[in-house]
Write a protein that binds this ligand. Sequence first.
Ligand SMILES: Cc1ncc(COP(=O)(O)O)c(C=O)c1O
Length: 361
Amino acid sequence: MALINRFKAPSNLPRIKDLRGCWVNGTFDTKMAGGCNIFGYDTTIWDKVKKEEKFMFSTALFSDPIFQTLAKKLYFRDLEDVYYSGTSGSDAVEVSIRAAYNINKNSKIACRQGAWHGGTLFASSLGSHSYFDVYKDMFNFNIVRKPEKIFRGYKTISELVNSDVEFLKQNKDIGVFIVEPIPSINYGLSFKFDRPDAYNKLREYCTENNIVLIFDEVMSGFKTGKKYFTEHLEIDPDFLCLAKGLTAGIIPFSTVLARKGYLNDLAHGHTWSGNFIGVVAASHTIDYFYENLSNLHELNREFSKYFDYVLGSYFSINKNKIKNSPRVIMPSVTEYDNVVMQIPSNTPKKHFQMLLKQIMP
Ligand SMILES: Cc1ncc(COP(=O)(O)O)c(C=O)c1O
């Protein structure tokens, strides 16, 4: 199956204008700008932001009802509190870790080795990537990493999570466990979402052992047919981190959701935490996401049968298909030859048909 990526696009691309989906001059962009532009090169969100009647400086933080409006759109189930952490996935991760420490005062943090949680000093020390080997002497946090080889076969999420529980049982006194609930590129791409109760045992174990559970959905948010991958599960984490797709790639913005009261004692944020344009963009992104979901359902019904390796997005997590779930893969996949793409939810059918013509023999 052919790989279609933005690197095949000519370097002299015209200004991107009114292109729907991830089409750039007839080429399908699988990278989605680092996993941010969930609607491809659709400028709708930007157009809506520009039409806002007012502009507020970032220093006007929380002085407008939009901050409440967005919080209401973001929270769900037990995650009732929303904190506008800043402008990147890394800062969302850092905030959740600090807030977790406020809860049980236990700084021993567990994670899955190889997972990517960001580029700041703490976030980068979590996954222990070779990119950061030069800074190893500076990584003095109390971190235990669940050893895991990059995995290229196809494993189920419940298998992965069961091994997480075993790992936690072997490592006593853990205060925090941070994971991507559906691992993305850096963790090997190769997980099937098999059952909605996949995380139940882990949730139970963490609750019983006073371990704060953090879900990093910086990459998976808005890419699985629901706002959060967690919505496909039966349980909630204690914290959930979001960035990237939350503003559809038009402005950097991040947030952390948590159980009630868990974010109360954070001492200080960042200059641009909760910046007005980000809040407006996130609010429109969520609305537009739902407006386009029915299109995605339709694309799914019509086209998913064509794919052996169906990726990311809703295609892979169709409830009716949960039993024989296709592979769930995130974007940013250009180096893997068995991987196709993530379909933005608003890809018009005709564009999708064009894509099929290109990739089908
Ligand atoms: C799962 C995950 N968490 C955190 C981050 C860090 O986000 P940022 O690069 O916006 O700091 C990333 C970035 O790729 C990510 O994929």
